[in-house]
Write a protein that binds this ligand. Structure first.
Ligand code: NAG
Ligand code: NAG
Ligand code: NAG
Length: 548
């Protein structure tokens, strides 16, 4: 870099100096105007050009910039560039947020609609039997909402609990002439496994509902995690080397009185690729996340579309109740066989609580609802595709035609030293490709830790989404114990195959546990072998953090 600088200095700057050396010093009025326009004081700013040996970033020809001006402009260029990166991140976040809001609103309305239709139709069909037990259904919907919101609700257990409570209530209601205590009900509950009083409905509903809910929940989680990653990464401060490069790109032309000359496009790209090298390393995992989100999105429509499944809940429950009613004699006598005859309670004869559930018509999602779902899915899909390349496109986006001289002016652009063609080739994407970046000095062995951590978050979320796509419940789980273990966890499956093998240090420094809690939440996944892998990845991360 320094060598390159000296090289350019000799071959570009000196002849220019020579030309001008004998002539009258040029006025700094343009620079003064520009400088005060940026809000800086003009005191100490020269009226005419001065010799530039004091310059530390810009090349040292005749200049209008003092050391202090150079520093102020460096600071300014850092602030402006960080502002641009944040701004770009904010618009990506806004897009993710907008999708979150539209899906979330839609899904909660679906749930409300389903619950409302259950309340209305059950009240008219079952009357007091329903109204006395309405809380069972309210609780079910409450659990479904909480699960969707990301609480640690076990969906299967919540559904099982619902059926168990419903059975208790119905069994009592159909046998009012008996005094049925809690102990007896426990025995009744034990018979459900074999007697299946509700037929196939519980199993079938569990299958369909869990698929829909797992997909919905992981989808909104994915959008949230994506937004958080963007927010954190967009706030990563620039390195001093990057600040120098940006200064040279943006404001050295002013110091050299070439304010009207825009930077060469490739020059700008190299600066941005260098400055945003770590960010570009998010690319693979970001693309994976978007792919996984797209996959899960495809689950919302189609055969068992999410609206149909959720709207069918009242009808399915009603079918289950009907099945029990049809078989109540047989069921009761089998229960009596297994649990013994319950004590008679007075003379109350069974009232006819049995009603055919024909009043419970299938509440179908309205046509506008399915149109809305289709539009939602197609919007989300196109928006996600748009943002898939974000991290590698960012450098080019920041070197747009407004900023750079463009292809037409390749010979007459600011190349960092003079108004001339920019010769070096454009670097590739990512940190490893910056080893020969002529504009930004980077230690490619020192990746940015904030960004590494966010890459981890993306991996974890993608894995969760893939599980959701396959209908597997994914759960938060604390792996503190695994991390503090002997460190013998080795990758047993392809989850870790891509990550480098490391020798896990056998350390129990307390810093290990100061790790943010959110990172301890990992995917339970399909097999127990994933846990050691995640633990290993976390350890690798912690080790890197400690070494820093
Ligand atoms: C530039 O920024 C640095 C660090 O923020 C600060 O210490 C310095 O005073 C600033 N210089 C000028 C001239 O504003
Ligand atoms: C859904 O119903 C709950 C109360 O049951 C209410 O607080 C919420 O605002 C409703 N949401 C929508 C989207 O209608
Ligand atoms: C008077 C004179 O020769 N001025 C020249 C000084 O150098 C610049 C290039 O840096 C020329 O554009 C001027 O014509």
């Amino acid at each position: 870099m320094d060598f390159a600088l000296a090289f350019f200095f000799c071959f570009f700057t000196v002849p220019v100096l020579g030309d001008n050396a004998s002539s009258k010093p040029r006025s700094c009025s343009d620079v003064r105007q520009f400088y005060s326009g940026k809000g800086f004081s003009l005191s100490g700013v020269p009226q005419t050009e001065i010799s530039g040996e004091h310059l530390r970033v810009c090349s040292q020809g005749y200049t209008c910039c003092t050391s202090e001006m150079e520093e102020s402009l460096s600071n300014l260029s850092r602030r402006e560039f960080e502002g641009l990166v944040k701004e770009a991140g904010r618009s990506l976040q806004a897009s993710l947020n907008a999708q979150y809001r539209s899906f979330d609103g839609y899904f909660l309305e679906l749930l409300n609609g389903s619950e409302r239709s259950l309340q209305e139709s059950f009240l008219s069909t079952y009357g007091t039997l329903y109204s006395q037990n309405a809380h069972i259904f309210r609780d079910l919907y409450g659990e479904l909402r909480r699960y969707y919101r990301g609480s640690s609700v076990n969906l299967e257990e919540a559904l099982n609990e619902f059926w168990a409570r419903l059975l208790e209530r119905l069994f009592k209601a159909y046998n009012p002439q008996y005094a049925i205590g809690d102990e007896y009900l426990e025995c009744v509950a034990k018979q459900t496994e074999t007697l299946r009083p509700f037929g196939d409905v519980p199993r079938d509903l569990k299958l369909k509902a869990t698929r829909a809910f797992i997909a919905a929940r992981s989808f909104v989680q994915g959008l949230t995690v994506g937004g958080e990653v963007v927010r954190k990464v967009s706030q990563v401060p620039l390195s001093p080397e990057c600040t120098r490069a940006i200064m040279k790109l943006m404001y050295c032309p002013h110091c050299r009185m070439m304010a009207s000359i825009k930077p060469c496009t490739n020059y700008c790209r190299n600066v941005m690729k260098g400055c945003l090298a770590n960010q570009a390393d998010l690319d693979t995992e970001w693309q994976n996340l978007v792919d996984a989100l797209l996959q899960v999105t495809s689950r919302f429509s189609g055969d068992a579309s999410v609206d149909v499944v959720i709207y069918s809940i009242p009808l399915r429950i009603s079918e289950a109740i009907f099945t029990l009613q049809e078989n109540i004699m047989v069921f009761t006598s089998k229960v009596f066989q297994a649990c013994g005859n319950p004590r008679e309670a007075g003379t109350r004869s069974p009232e006819d609580t049995r009603k055919r559930p024909n009043a419970v018509v299938e509440a179908k999602p309205s046509p506008t609802s399915s149109v809305r779902l289709e539009k939602l899915v197609s919007d989300v899909t196109s928006k996600l595709r748009e943002m898939q390349q974000y991290w590698v496109q960012l450098p080019n986006a920041l070197c747009n035609d407004k900023v750079t001289a463009g292809a037409a002016n390749e010979d007459k652009c600011w190349n960092g030293m003079a108004r001339a063609r920019y010769l070096p080739e454009v670097m590739g994407d990512g940190l490893a490709s910056q080893i020969n970046n002529p504009e930004v000095e980077i230690d490619i062995t020192k990746p940015d830790m904030i960004i590494r951590q966010q890459i981890m978050q993306l991996k974890i979320m993608t894995n969760r989404l893939k599980n959701a796509f396959n209908g597997n419940d994914v759960d938060f789980q604390d792996t503190t114990d695994d991390v503090s273990g002997s460190g013998s966890g080795m990758c047993a499956d392809d989850q870790c195959a891509r990550s480098p093998r490391v020798i896990v240090p056998n350390t129990d420094r307390p810093k290990l546990y100061a790790y943010p809690a959110e990172n301890k939440k990992v995917v339970k996944g399909t097999g127990s072998q994933i846990q050691p892998c995640v633990a290993l990845l976390l350890l690798l991360l912690v080790t890197l953090l400690l070494r820093r």
